[in-house]
Ligand binder design. Structure first.
Ligand code: UDX
Length: 452
């Protein structure tokens, strides 16, 4: 039987990690590799909404849970995860070794650096896949190196190849290290063994983070930018050729969203979403509802089922016609819709890249971790959005929300931001097109692996 170059891609079971790693897997498969995306049993029950993905095999290995665990607890339980999953990964590799498709390489989620040790134990090379920006990764690298001392007190932090950052531009657990120890430990762990990896894959693209990518290369890091990791159909509109999208952990309300958007004028809708993990306080939720309502714009708001109890009574009835609230949507399809005027976002890295790649300007409302740095870049480096200012309580008020929405969707600066967004969209497409910087990196990786 024919033996193909088999690559294992191991992803942490969160939506913001699965999405880019699945898209990367598909790109690897399109270059001729056999690819298995490996995730873990926590999401066994929620993963049923798989659409397509036929070019990639999906494998679930045990993390000790049978699919009934709250996803939001995962980060807090990373240590337990490490013990169990390194064992089940080892067993899976052993099983494959005696099959017709022994693995040749392991690409592992950057939050699972120990996966490299498992790969090496079986004589395999490996490479971490970063689902965060190059800029944020460099900040964590400097943390590990001790160039950044904790707690960060400011007023600004200067690091090579990055703009000056204030405390508001850096993960809050660096200015307040005791606020969330698991994340601080994780950030320190990321760079524990990275130079033993064959490559470093980043879900980003050259033009977007040119200075920082060049700095990494100058340090002899084997970096390969391979993004934006979104399906080609959204970059070049060849919809019929690429119907596959992905692996949803929440059930998207596709028809309701798209049919509703179809009835709205071009650039008239604010799309609002805070990703798969962020949870707003009750008070913040109230301000947001009023801010959206007072903006007088149409809005499509994603409120996950676990968050819906925070919506004010009667809100849905009062805003019927003006707004649509659903628990999950096909985000790429929504962002690509002509009715969308701006994206009010928590600035998760995938949401940021998706908006940039689809030419949608943003209202940035970052919540935690890498999102604060992403917001800094959205506003000051890529110039595709405004950032909501928080009041002395740390709340984004309804007045501020309304002001920012109006500025991006209707104001003069909004037009400028839309123009910049279109430019980023073109550059994103160029990177992924045949012969583009990311496409070449993927091709080069597979070609070298085949020859090795
Ligand atoms: C997290 C972090 O925030 C991010 O910065 C990190 O580096 C990866 O994981 P999350 O908070 O969920 O992820 O946000 P984001 O990175 O934006 O990922 C959310 C994904 O879910 C996006 O790919 C988005 O398209 C998708 N999504 C979101 C939907 O498909 N439908 C929705 O309704 C909302």
């Amino acid at each position: 039987m024919e033996r193909e170059t088999h690559i294992l891609v191991i992803t942490y079971p969160l939506q913001g990690h699965i999405n880019p790693m699945l898209q990367f897997s598909k790109r690897l498969a399109s270059k001729g590799a056999r690819v298995t995306l490996v995730t873990t049993s926590t999401i066994r029950n929620s993963m049923q909404a798989l659409q397509g993905a036929s070019s990639v095999n999906i494998e679930i290995i045990s993390d000790g849970s049978e699919g009934d665990e709250n996803l939001e607890n995962l980060i807090a339980t990373l240590d337990r995860f490490k013990v169990i999953v390194s064992q089940s990964l080892a067993e899976y590799i052993e099983k494959l070794d005696s099959s017709n498709y022994p693995p040749k390489f392991v690409v592992y989620d950057f939050v699972l650096p120990w996966a490299l040790d498992v790969a090496k134990k079986y004589g395999l090379d490996g490479a971490p896949f970063f689902t965060q920006s190059c800029a944020v990764s460099v900040i964590y690298y400097h943390l590990k190196q001790g160039t950044i001392r904790l707690p960060i007190e400011g007023p600004t932090v200067s690091l090579p190849s990055l703009p000056k950052l204030t405390i508001d531009d850096i993960s809050s657990f660096l200015s307040n290290p005791s606020s969330y120890p698991p994340l601080l430990n994780l950030a320190l762990d990321l760079f524990s063994n990275f130079l033993e990896a064959k490559w470093l894959f980043f879900s980003s693209f050259m033009d977007l983070e040119l200075e920082v990518v060049n700095w990494m290369a100058s340090q002899q890091w084997p970096i390969k930018t391979i993004g934006p990791t979104i399906p080609s159909m959204y970059l070049d509109k060849r919809l019929e050729n690429d119907k596959e999208y992905g692996l949803h952990l929440f059930k998207p309300d596709v028809d309701a969203c798209i049919k509703w958007l179809d009835t709205k004028e071009t650039h008239s809708v604010v799309y609002t979403s805070f990703g798969s993990l962020a949870s707003l306080g009750e008070e913040q939720m109230q301000e947001l509802t009023w801010g959206l309502k007072n903006s007088s714009c149409y809005f499509l708001w994603i409120v996950r089922e676990t968050e819906q109890k925070k919506l004010p009574t009667n809100f849905l009835q009062e805003t019927a016609g003006k707004g649509l609230v659903v628990s999950w949507c096909p985000q790429l399809e929504v962002l690509a819709h002509k009715a969308i005027g701006c994206f009010m976002t928590h600035c998760g890295w995938n949401s940021t890249l998706e908006a940039l790649s689809l030419g949608v300007p943003m209202v940035a409302m970052p919540q935690w971790t890498d999102q604060l740095t992403n917001a800094k870049f959205i506003v000051d480096v890529w110039k595709v959005g405004v950032r909501i200012k928080l009041d002395e309580r740390g709340i984004a008020t309804k007045e501020e929300i309304e002001l920012c929405i109006r500025e991006v969707i209707g104001g003069e600066r909004g037009k400028e931001m839309r123009g910049n967004s279109i430019r980023w969209k073109e550059l994103a497409k160029e990177a992924m097109d045949e012969g583009g910087s990311s496409d070449k990196n993927i091709e080069d990786f597979v070609a070298k692996l085949v020859c090795s």
